[in-house]
Ligand binder design. Sequence first.
Ligand code: C2E
Ligand code: CA
Ligand code: CA
Length: 723
Amino acid sequence: MNSHPEGGRLLLVDDDLMIRMLAAESLRHAGFDVREADCGEEALRLFNEEDFDLMLLDVMMPGIDGYQVCEQIRQHAKGAWLPILMLTGLNDTDSIERAYACGATDFVTKPINWLLLTHRVRYGLRSSRAVEGVTRSQRSLAQAQRLARIGSWEWSVRDSRFTCSDELQRMFGGALLAACRSPAVFLGRVQANDRAAVETARRALLDEGTPYQVTYGMQRLDGSVIEVFEEAVAVADASGRIVKIEGFTQDITERVEAQRRIQHLALHDALTGLANRQFFSEMVSVELQRARRTGSTCAILHLDIDHFKSVNDALGDATGDRLLCALAERLHASVRAADLLALSPPMRAAEMVARIDGDAFTVLVLEVRLASHAAMIADRLLHSVALPFLFDGREIVLTASIGISVFPRDGETVEALWRHAEQAMYAAKAAGPSTYRFFDEDMNTAASAKLQLESELRRGISSGELRLHFQPKIDTRSGRMIGAEALVRWQHPQRGLLAPGQFIPLAEESGLIVGLGEWVARATAEQLRAWADAGLQPVRVSINLASPSFQQDDIAGKLYAMVKGVGIRPEQIVVELTESLLMANAERTIAVLCALRDKGFGLSLDDFGTGYSSLGYLKRFPIDELKIDRSFVTDVTNGGKDAAIAMSIIELGNQFGMRVVAEGVETREQAAFLLRHRCPIQQGFLFSRPLPAKEFAALLAQNDRLFEPDLLSGTANGLLLHP
Ligand code: C2E
Ligand code: CA
Ligand code: CA
């Protein structure tokens, strides 16, 4: 808009020459610069070519009339704010209304009062300039807000009306702002850490009028998080009642991110990106507090690279740095191994590796239930260090020494644990390369005995020291064998035949269980094949599958390929699983179970009643057989609580169409009770102990009653065919 020194530039439009002359004369006299047009067309031409501060426009004209001119001007960007005074006939309310409808600012009635006209024009100009000023300052405010990323807003208490600046809209997005009218939705979007502070601040403002300043993170609809600083005050009316809240909100995302980066730099080692000494120590204090509360045990491993200084000197600092980075990565990866996280509760060492000095690293291991767990991790770390590094075609082999201190046994504080782990590390260094040592001597002994057994078992599995025994499952109605269970034994060269209880837990801890499971499955299949080849009546044989075996990728496919390779049918094998294994990851478990069943394997739920015993979930799993745990069977004839549980398990299994097997049946009373309560399939010493393959083959060959059913009716005298 053009501003004129003498008060403004006017465009006067009227087809009546007389009116035009008089009006122009009086306006010029009052100091205005006046241009004249005698028709609508001429008015539009002048409007387009020149700039005016105000327009006086006659309504009635030949050609384009005043209404049309006004409408067209309003559609122009530069005409949007131009004050237009329409000249209308006196008391012609219709034309006055129409004039406003077309966008006129005001009207002047004819005949024109010349003195008044100049006042109306002056007033029109003044108010339009005021509007222009406000608009301009609003625009520059918006501009300032955009630059500072500040949005202002207002919330009226009376009608909950929320108004805000464009910048606030831009920051949060209009849809989010709309959704956030509901305080619950708003708070739900505030990051969990900040929620309480925001809620408290807003409450205090609304209830007591206390102004607030808070910073908080808020999740946008697209999932991104915006960090903001917000300040708000309450506005009260004369009676002191709060009527509205005024606030502004500033987007400080970039600043917060920069702070986070700085913080990360302060807490992490710049070379390897691992936690640094300070961070590690803070983390450990927090974890120790938790461990104290929950009574759990954790361990600190202090790992030091052997002779790193001479390696560094030989290779140069740059290669030395690369080596440390590669090391850091390996250490990090080896404590994040899936099998550690799969333990329940997971042994959480993840994120807990720190570099505390040039070539010294520490690891915090949580939820250490056994000393051997910490030893296992130490062993892993030592192995990962000892793998050759390849740098620029050169092979570099490093070794490390590890000291271990265990909370609370070796110290109550971070410092004490740290010191003791370091001391133990020196003992490890003295003992030789790639060695770990506990601070506590007893633990060293226990761990080394365990390690010894573990290496023996590893060797035993591969060199054929495992044996299978078979225990029949009997149908007590007919006395015939309807299946068997394969149970593993270890023929130890010095210690003799070991029961599974003496080595299965170790195999599970050390990861050897997977190899052991594979051996059992294959040996069972080969045995079945051998019996079939010998012309013996085939029975279904169960194998016990431990959790790590079951968790393998495509276990169903692997078992199937093995069975086919040996030349038997999958239907001859039943897989026994435990409840806890099933509960670990129900969705995946169901998929694996279905895959096994689709391939033809039978599925049995072992030790039922000892685990979660949530009968409801049973329905979800495609299980053929339930095995009532021995502990219930032992007590059935005592008539106590266990008898009731056994009965309800039988009832439930039958209802779900599963075969129910009672295991650990030792007495006729137990067998009779179970048979009476509709559990005829039984397994236990009463019928036969687990037997070596050869003896078991003799049972198969007999192909006859293994047990006299009449015994259970109490008439016969208890003669067993196989004691
Ligand atoms: P389980 O699967 O519950 O096996 C049944 C256990 O009960 C066997 O012990 C068996 O000898 C014993 N038993 C059978 N009848 C009676 C009885 O009347 N009285 C008593 N007191 N015990 C009876 P075993 O062979 O010592 O096996 C113990 C556990 O070791 C098994 O319990 C199973 O969890 C595990 N196990 C055995 N073989 C394997 C295997 O090949 N792989 C895996 N992963 N675990 C196995
Ligand atoms: Ca079993
Ligand atoms: Ca069992």
